[in-house]
Design a protein around this ligand. Structure first.
Ligand SMILES: [Zn+2]
Length: 121
């Protein structure tokens, strides 16, 4: 028995699959801070704002689909106009911590404080 047989398709409207699109919006606060500066992977993870996001918005609009944009709080604070633009286009805005620290390194109280700060600011 394959995995597909274990989970039979039950999508509405005769669709055969679902697609979830999410984009991390880290700015200069993300993965690059954990990578060797010579590692272009780290830079490529963070250097697409604001132009890359606007290009993504255009592509999503062309296909009439929505996505979730996971925003680092500091980056959102730097470019609130971009957060508004994405939200006004109908996409979901999600928290991606205030400063991109890993929650696995934080206590529960620190995580709660971080989420509340990111949401408010
Ligand atoms: Zn990230």
């Amino acid at each position: 028995m394959t995995d597909l047989q274990l989970f039979p398709t039950r999508w509405p409207g005769g669709h055969r699959a679902a697609l979830c699109l999410s984009f991390d919006v880290d700015g200069p606060y993300g993965e690059r801070n954990y990578q060797d500066p010579a590692n272009i992977y780290g830079i490529s993870q963070t250097e697409y704002e604001p132009f890359g996001i606007q290009r993504i918005l255009g592509i999503l609009a062309d296909f009439d689909v929505h996505g979730t944009f996971c925003w680092v709080g500091q980056e959102a604070s730097d470019r609130p106009w971009l957060v508004r633009k994405v939200s006004e286009a109908g996409h979901e805005i999600a928290l991606h911590t205030w400063d991109h620290r890993y929650y696995t390194t934080m206590s529960e109280a620190e995580q709660r404080f971080d989420m509340q700060r990111t949401f408010k600011e």
